[in-house]
Design a binder for this molecule. Sequence first.
Ligand SMILES: NC(=O)c1ccc[n+]([C@@H]2O[C@H](COP(=O)([O-])OP(=O)(O)OC[C@H]3O[C@@H](n4cnc5c(N)ncnc54)[C@H](O)[C@@H]3O)[C@@H](O)[C@H]2O)c1
Length: 349
Amino acid sequence: MIRIGIIGTGGMARVHAEAFANIAGCELVAACDLNAARVESFAKAHNIPHTFETIEDLIASGYVDAVSIVTPDPFHKKLALQALEAGLHVLCEKPLALNALDAKEMTDAALKAKRINMVNLSYRNAHSLQKARELIAAGRIGNIRHIEASYLQSWLVSPKWGNWKTEDTWLWRLSSAHGSKGVLGDVGVHILDFVRFPVGEFASVNCTLMTFDKADNNQIGDYHLDANDSALITARMQNGAMASIHASRWATGNLNDLRLVVHGDKGAVKVSLKLDQDWNQLEVCLDEDVIDGVWKTIECQSTPNIYQRFVNSILSGKQEQPDFNAGLQVQRVLDACEQSDRLGQAVRL
Ligand SMILES: NC(=O)c1ccc[n+]([C@@H]2O[C@H](COP(=O)([O-])OP(=O)(O)OC[C@H]3O[C@@H](n4cnc5c(N)ncnc54)[C@H](O)[C@@H]3O)[C@@H](O)[C@H]2O)c1
């Protein structure tokens, strides 16, 4: 039995707890959060026997073999380095770090510690994305010419996920002083990986970031609302393809929608993900359907999710993907996007 501890018991931790509860070969034995009341109620809700307020106490207890780090982004690096140093396997939330330099330090530390390391690029759990990658690798769509990708959210407009004006879980995402890299770091990381994973590496990016006015003086309490909330990216891929990529929190009408269309010279694939729908349908335009532009839907086989792959990796000793190095590679693209926005020009990777 792999004994797992969750560090950070806010919004996303529930997803981790529910996922691990359904995986054979592991048990959730500890939860840790700086906020004592939150960690207690989380542990109670998920039947977790041990609670801690610091990672130091969690490590000293000797109760866990592995940790899932689900804190806000600025704490990922320190906590991951401490866990690796203590000989624990680590699943870390995305983005892996705040910049590529930190992500590299984490990747090197994981290699040195020889522990399983994974980053929760969770949209790789979509069976349709895995199938798209397989078709592209098999040459079914030929040479790739165009990619169109978007990650559209509307939580600055819709109260569906809660009130961003009063809840910490949203406010830290709007403030760079609280370690947020804005929509680019929050969900831009997912959509860039969504492109990279099936298509390959980026050659250059040209990015414009925008922070729209949203409160008096753009300040709520301690939170200065300066982090970007929309990103528009055009990119060239190393295989010569052109990409247009959009991420936004102001996409009214789209609660949490991802889309990827890849056009090759022999065919095309289209992945569309919405929260409440199955992620096993892929649209394809292949072979003779290219003549009339006919799209067909194929059902994709299910693949293990990242939580399952993390446990499999620990049990087998074989590192599965996405590992810290995958987190580092996408972090390099994020850094290049920020630099491009600052310079007002394209940046090569
Ligand atoms: N993979 C995904 O699809 C996905 C989705 C949502 C969030 N996330 C990521 O998950 C992470 C957490 O997001 P969230 O929405 O759950 O945040 P949140 O603000 O709701 O919760 C974070 C929790 O971490 C605790 N915390 C902060 N520093 C800590 C420390 N040093 N030690 C222990 N606990 C600490 C806070 O007290 C809080 O309870 C972020 O990195 C976010 O990007 C990923």
